[in-house]
Every structure is written in C-alpha cells, then in structure tokens.
Design a protein around this ligand. Structure first.
Ligand code: GLN
Length: 205
C-alpha cells in the first residue's frame, strides 16, 4: 500500500537494511516468529536506536506487540495477544481514530491484540468495546488491526505525512552548536499526530 502511495519501500531483514530509512513499518504476522528473527539477526538494538532517533515507526497487529515493553520496548505499553479470540474472532469494525479525519476507518482485525496497559506518554487513539486498539507515542504509531487490507489508505497516508515531516525537520535542523539553547520550533514530536488530520475527534469504538 505504501508503494501504491508512491513511497520508496524496501524490506528489512538485517540491520544494514535499516540504513537511510526515513520510516519503518513493522507489519502483522506472528510476534513469536518475528521475535526469533529479530534475535537471530541482531535487529533489537538497531530498531530501538532507530525509534529513539525519532524515525517514524508504524506497527500493525503483531507489529504493535513487537513494539511493547515485553518485546522491543519501544512503546510504554503492554499488549494482550489474541485479545479478541483466535481466528474465529477475526472481525471488521468501523473505527473512529483520533486524528484521522473524514469518518471512521474500516478496520480488519485478525487474531488481534489489544493494549492492556500503558504509561502516560502513550496516547490512545481508538478502542473497540472499550479496549484500546490504536496508540501513538511520539512518532511511533501502532494499531491492532491490518490497515493494509482494504482500500482505505488514510492511515498509511497519515504515516507518510509523519515521515515527511520528520525528514523535513531533520533537514531543517542543523547539528546544534555546543551553546545552543532549547529551540521550540525543533520539536517534531508535539502537536497533531498526523499532518492529514486537522482536529482530532474523540475516539469511540
Ligand atoms: N496473533 C498474532 C500474534 O500474537 C498477531 C496476529 C496478526 O498480526 N494478525 O503475534
């Protein structure tokens, strides 16, 4: 879907694949398998460093699990795996996502996790039956569903807007001289999560 939106995409399998990335998607799949792959390839630290530098990250479904405290530790939250049941409990929902305008997103949930607990830096963006299923922490965005299934590109467009903004602010921010004070303009982490979203509306299920 990112390719269809004219992003230049590549797969990441080993740490060298991360070089020069402006954004990273950790997709759905099986978090146990992905954990084994991350360990085998030594991707844990490079992924954490990439996120710590402010590179936008989008985690979807198992990708959300990978970002939690018990896995990569990029987001200050824990997940309950298969929170809505196993395969038979796969479902679709019209989900209002805080910061995504023009109505609800049709969200496909497949053996989806839910966010069980989170710290104050995590903003919950959407919930199903009162259970959080989308969140943002700085430039890291995570959803429990599969936004790449279906025709709605708004979440990916929003992620690309985050990527563009991070890239622009990196280009506009020269390495600070030793005596530089805090510059309020150089904070890409604050404000609306997504450039494509004007005024956030309350998230409901
Ligand atoms: N249930 C899977 C897991 O725990 C996630 C499913 C998915 O990514 N669709 O990793």
């Amino acid at each position: 879907m990112l390719g269809a939106l004219e992003a230049d995409v590549r797969e990441v399998r080993v740490p060298a694949d991360l070089d020069g990335l402006d954004g990273l998607v950790i997709p759905g799949g099986e978090s146990t398998t992905m954990t084994l792959g991350v360990e085998r390839e030594g991707l844990g630290s490079p992924l954490r460093e990439l996120a710590a530098r402010g590179t936008p990250v989008l985690g979807t479904c198992a990708g959300l699990i990978m970002l939690d405290r018990d896995h990569l530790g990029v987001m200050d939250l824990t997940c309950e795996r298969n929170a809505f049941g196993r395969q038979v409990r796969s479902f679709e929902a019209d989900l209002r996502i805080r910061g995504v305008k023009d109505g609800p997103v049709r969200a496909v949930f497949i053996r989806a996790p839910a966010i069980a607990e989170h710290g104050p830096a995590v903003e919950i963006l959407a919930a199903v039956d009162g259970r959080p299923v989308a969140a943002r922490q700085g430039s890291v965005l995570a959803v429990a569903f599969h936004p790449e299934l279906g025709a709605d590109t708004r979440l990916h467009e929003a992620f690309l807007a985050l990527v563009r903004r991070a890239r622009q602010s990196a280009a506009a921010t020269p390495a600070p001289p030793a005596d530089a004070g805090a510059d309020a303009d150089a904070d890409p982490g604050s404000g609306a999560i997504l450039d494509t979203c004007a005024s956030p509306s309350p998230a409901t299920s």
